[in-house]
Design a protein around this ligand. Structure first.
Ligand code: IMP
Ligand code: MG
Length: 193
């Protein structure tokens, strides 16, 4: 992309391309919220469980568009590492509220191999919620290693490492207002250095 255009768009040099722009994301989040509000119209005890840290921006925007009464809580898992043993997920912070007897909606940033969501759904299922569903902003179907049910999906994206709108690379770039792909040099430099 031409330098002038990049500057106009306020695109950091480390970003190769924008996959989903700010307005595209906002419109889709609003649609998801309308769908969720309709589905849970009669559920009086809904709790959104955000998976930290990646979901924090998505959850904040989603919650503000929900028209149904709901609680918000969070959990944290061991951080994502490509190349770790498949399915090796660890809970490092649990919800403060009990989910038993409540309608639980797990909110995740991205569904990749599926191991994280699979683990979470199993763990929450054991706590006997009134219902258990999941909502992810992004899904990379090509990367799936385990079949996991997902009820609400924002966008399907190709098999590329994405950052922004909550998603990080080595804890950076979460604050980008769009979802984009980093330049290969940026990723390689970090991995080998
Ligand atoms: P899964 O267990 O392979 O489905 O991985 C899910 C987690 O990996 C997500 O919650 C993210 O934290 C992380 N992840 C997967 N792909 C990406 C990506 O492209 N960018 C940033 N984080 C990612
Ligand atoms: Mg995550």
């Amino acid at each position: 992309m031409a330098l002038r255009k990049r500057r106009e768009m306020n695109l950091p040099d480390s970003v190769e391309k924008v996959l989903l722009g700010k307005d595209t994301i906002a419109a889709r989040v609003e649609e998801l919220a309308a769908q969720i509000s309709a589905d849970y119209a009669d559920a009086d005890d809904l709790i959104l469980v955000g998976v930290l840290k990646g979901s924090f921006i998505f959850l904040a925007d989603l919650a503000r568009h929900l028209s149904v009464r709901h609680y918000v809580d969070f959990i944290a898992l061991s951080s994502y590492n490509r190349g770790t043993v498949n399915g090796a997920v660890r809970l490092i912070m649990d919800t403060r509220m009990s989910v038993t007897g409540r309608h639980v909606l797990v909110v995740e940033d991205i569904l990749d191999t599926g191991h994280t969501l699979h683990y979470l759904l199993r763990a929450f299922h054991a706590r006997k919620p009134a219902s258990l569903r999941s909502c992810v902003l992004l899904s990379k179907p090509e990367r799936r290693e385990i079949d996991v049910p997902v009820d609400f999906v924002g966008f399907e994206v190709p098999d590329e490492f994405v950052v922004g709108y909550g998603l990080d690379f080595a804890q950076e770039y979460r604050n980008l207002p769009f979802i984009g792909v980093l330049r290969d040099e940026v990723v390689q430099a970090r991995i080998s250095g």
